[in-house]
Design a binder for this molecule. Structure first.
Ligand SMILES: C[S@@+](CC[C@H](N)C(=O)[O-])C[C@H]1O[C@@H](n2cnc3c(N)ncnc32)[C@H](O)[C@@H]1O
Ligand SMILES: [Zn+2]
Length: 290
């Protein structure tokens, strides 16, 4: 985590200020705690990655293997004992997401040259912004491009492995955190550019749009999705289609750019194994708040 990021991040529970306790630091903070005195909560920083999750016990309950790995990676004794104590409190019989999230971080690394990303980059080349945010940024492929035309970029994702990979890009004006888009760490910070690519199946669309709208007074939003909503018990409650997405954005005073008023079908191919490829056709919307 960059020390300067402390000016932008707050407690995800109360939006109050965070204090920083650094255990290990080189060009960036490698190990430490961010603490909210009001909530009496510690957010750990392990291997350079700040985990700004509302409840670390529930985060590690779904990622027990990751918990073991964080314990091994941590060198400071206070950090180690915090992870150990958290692991002793995790819920049993919860499915472990560690290997799934690790696998997807590798898949995104192997597919960073898709046509879909070229399309997003070509839109981004025309947009300048001071402070920008990418929700569900995964390994930071697009955040890295945003950092060319923004002064400061933040990317958040719930996957530790994705964020760790994003941080390996070592970008001086971009920082990445493990965080939930709907319980984000930016309090009242406003952004001039926000991206939310291919998240609507995973994060409640109506809630995500409301959150994004509250994070922007004036600026640009790029939102895309293949509307692949049928995910059994993991499906979101309120789906949106091409029209409903645009209508929802208009409710929050976004105007839709003329060339994305009509739905699009941008190919997004993900080679997920030697003989398996996912082929999505993605609808991209560029929306503006004036
Ligand atoms: C389908 S992937 C899209 C990744 C990237 N935006 C792209 O288009 O290449 C969804 C991403 O959202 C992340 N994610 C899921 N739920 C999230 C949440 N509540 N908050 C933040 N990130 C989340 C996942 O870890 C994953 O990296
Ligand atoms: Zn707090």
């Amino acid at each position: 985590m960059h020390q300067s990021s402390l000016n932008f991040i707050f407690c995800v529970r109360c939006n109050g200020p965070l204090e920083l306790d650094v255990f290990s630091c080189s060009d960036e903070i490698k190990e430490g705690f961010l603490l909210c005195k009001k909530c009496d909560i510690l957010y750990p920083i392990v291997s350079g990655v700040a985990i700004l999750w509302n409840d670390f016990v529930s985060y590690l309950s779904r990622r027990k293997k990751l918990g073991g790995q964080l314990f091994n990676e941590a060198k400071n004794s206070k950090l180690k004992s915090h992870i150990k104590k958290t692991l002793s409190e995790v819920e049993k019989n919860v499915e472990d997401q560690t290997l799934i999230e690790k696998r997807w971080a590798t898949i995104y690394q192997n597919n960073s040259k898709s046509k879909f990303y070229s399309k997003i980059k070509s839109i981004l080349n025309q947009i300048e912004s001071d402070v920008s945010l990418e929700h569900g940024c995964s390994i930071g492929t697009i955040s890295e491009h945003m950092a060319k035309t923004s002064n400061q970029v933040f990317g958040i994702d719930k996957s530790f492995f994705a964020i760790k990979t994003a941080k390996e890009k070592k970008l001086s004006n971009a920082d990445f955190f493990v965080a939930d888009s709907l319980l984000h760490p930016f309090a009242n910070q406003k952004f001039g550019l926000i991206l939310a690519l291919n998240l609507l199946e995973i994060i409640e669309p109506i809630d995500l749009i409301k959150t994004i709208s509250s994070q922007m007074q004036k600026g640009y939003l790029i939102i895309s999705d293949p509307y692949d909503f049928d995910r059994g018990k993991n499906s979101v409650k309120h789906t949106v289609n091409e029209k409903e997405l645009r209508d929802e954005l208009k409710k929050y005073s976004f105007s839709i750019s003329s060339d994305t008023k009509k739905e699009s079908f941008i190919p997004w191919n993900l080679q997920i194994a030697k003989r398996t490829e996912l082929k999505y056709l993605v609808d991209v919307v560029l929306a503006k708040k004036l």
